[in-house]
Design a protein. Structure first.
Length: 561
């Protein structure tokens, strides 16, 4: 690949690589992720520095991955003995192409899509962008193969002038970002190994994931100094079945689920209050009763779960809120069913003072203690359930575990059990009271001012990247108690799901997102803006890299002046 790009201008190198990478399907969950990793490894090995130092490019297989996916690493060593290191990272997988419809065969063909959109009358903005020649289309063009290309060309540039490099650059490209993040999770082990064996000091990690306008005619290019986290808040709801001819004597779990959904779903009251940040509310990703076939009995169980973004709150605080919502919903259902039953009795001239609609609510950790108090071996139940469902979705396995425990419970009263399901994404952000993080902020502000003056671009610094990102796994805010509370409320922890939380805490790499710019990620109109992404952005990343590796002292002096 080097022979194809060596004589191109800097921005044209990035564009050439972006188009080449877009041409390769790397849809999440397919062998295309492996194909792209092999291509990126080949590109790296074609660079003269890595031809001379082939051991500085390597791959890391994901443990027990059925597709054989792998992380790709390359280490560019400075000629100096400086151990300070900047990490460049990006993810290799994309979402699928079903949204392209009849254009599926063109989903990875940037030129064909550009010609199509030039005459596309259904969306004037897309048509206008295509007509300028300044936008590059295709699945993954924005999210985030252009980001990979930026890192590759910056790395190539530094490898050709190592005498100017005051430290080291480590690049890593990871699969499986679009759902489970297992690529970067596995990579934390390699980062730990490199820090010890290669004696690297990680000063900053730069993710080139995309940024987009946040409102119509938004002039800003955004820099994110932290990452939103994510929990999956789950509700197992056990009701009391009844024949439809006696429906008011039962406790319908779908009614409880609906109340919970009504309280939580897209409710900004449950979003954190952080001024000037894109902070999102919980959203329901799954709601379903567990009847397997038609009959005239009401449902006995219902499951639902919510995407719940974390910014500054702890998992314990979120669990407390979810339990409160469950209790409130159950109380409302109890009062509602009681009042409806009274009307039914009055209308039917019947008497019944024995039926009740009490519903208990537990957090998973408290429910485990409740079960253990009955002499039940919880660990054996969990292991048996996990082995019983080897091919099930991991979230379904969580519900199966809770169901298996509930069936052994001597108390058959209706109940709601609240827990967390995978995946969990830690949240992180720069904190002013931590020296190296405060220095990162100072470096960013200096670089942004410099590049803004040179290019007339408008930049804005935000605290949280508004989408989920691999950067979540390079550092995390919070205490050890927070981590323990999290583990105690994920049913499959230590069995099917485990994060190296101690390792992430130990790495604690300041993680910044300085990404390519474009529109409509995860849509068939996905496109990246070339003038900024292929010209301005690489300059900005190099300025940040240079200042980070050079050190903060001279910058502090210049800033004071």
């Amino acid at each position: 690949m080097y022979e194809h790009i060596k004589d191109l201008s800097f921005s044209n190198k990035i564009e050439f690589l972006t188009r080449s990478l877009v041409n390769i399907s790397s849809i999440n969950g397919t062998s295309g992720e492996v194909d792209l990793a092999k291509t990126i490894e080949k590109i790296l090995r074609s660079f003269p520095y890595f031809k001379e130092n082939p051991s500085k490019v390597w791959t890391q297989q994901l443990q027990d991955d059925p597709l054989g996916r792998q992380n790709v690493f390359a280490l560019l060593r400075s000629k100096s003995k400086n151990d300070k290191t900047v990490i460049y990272h990006a993810h290799m997988d994309t979402v699928g192409i079903d949204d392209f419809g009849s254009l599926k065969t063109s989903a990875f063909q940037s030129n064909e899509l550009e010609q199509y959109f030039k005459v596309y009358d259904q969306d004037p903005e897309v048509k206008q962008d295509a007509s300028t020649g300044e936008w590059l289309f295709g699945r993954g063009a924005l999210d985030m193969k252009s980001g990979i290309a930026v890192h590759l060309v910056n790395l190539l540039s530094y490898s050709e002038r190592r005498e100017e490099l005051n430290g080291n650059i480590l690049v890593m490209f990871n699969p499986v970002e679009e759902n489970q993040h297992t690529g970067v999770i596995e990579a934390t082990k390699e980062l730990h190994r490199l820090r010890i064996e290669e004696k690297l000091h990680y000063a900053m990690a730069i993710n080139s994931d995309f940024n987009s306008p946040l409102y119509p005619n938004d002039p800003n290019r955004y820099i994110y100094t932290g990452n939103a986290g994510k929990l999956l808040g789950c509700f197992y709801i056990k009701g009391r079945e009844a024949h439809v001819g006696q429906t008011l004597t039962g406790v319908d779990p779908t009614l409880i689920a609906s109340r919970i959904n009504d309280h939580l779903n897209n409710n900004m009251d449950f979003a954190e209050s952080i001024p000037n940040e894109t902070v999102l509310p919980p959203s329901c990703l799954f709601q379903r009763d567990q009847k397997e076939f038609y009959n005239v009995q009401t449902a006995g169980k219902s499951h639902l779960y919510f995407n719940y973004f974390l910014y500054e709150a702890s998992p314990s605080e979120v669990l407390e809120k979810l339990i409160h919502v469950a209790k409130q919903s159950c109380e409302e259902v109890k009062l509602y069913l009681g009042s409806q039953y009274k009307r039914f009795l009055a209308n039917s001239a019947l008497i019944d003072d024995q039926t009740d609609w009490n519903i208990k609510v537990y957090g998973y950790d408290h429910y485990i203690n409740h079960i253990k108090s009955q002499g039940i071996d919880v660990n054996s139940v969990v292991k048996a359930t996990v082995s019983q469902y080897p091919d099930a979705d991991i979230r379904d396995v969580c519900f199966h575990i809770v169901d298996a425990l509930e069936q052994l419970d001597h108390d058959k009263q209706p109940k709601v059990i609240v827990f967390f399901g995978p995946p969990y994404c830690p949240h992180n952000y720069l904190e002013d009271h931590v020296d190296d993080q405060r220095q990162c902020r100072l470096i960013l502000e200096h670089a942004i001012d410099k590049i803004a003056n040179e290019t007339n671009e408008s930049f804005a610094i935000k605290k949280f990247f508004p989408y989920l990102s691999d950067s979540s796994y390079l550092s995390m805010n919070g205490t050890e108690d927070d981590a323990e509370d999290l583990k105690m409320n994920i049913p499959v922890w230590d069995h099917l799901y485990q994060l190296p939380l101690d390792l992430i805490h130990h790495l604690n790499i300041p993680s910044i997102n300085i990404g390519v710019y474009g529109k409509d990620a995860h849509q068939w109109t996905e496109r990246v803006y070339k003038p900024y992404s292929f010209h301005v952005l690489p300059m900005l990343i190099q300025e940040i890299t240079n200042t980070t590796l050079k050190g903060i002292n001279s910058l502090s002096y210049n800033t004071k002046k």
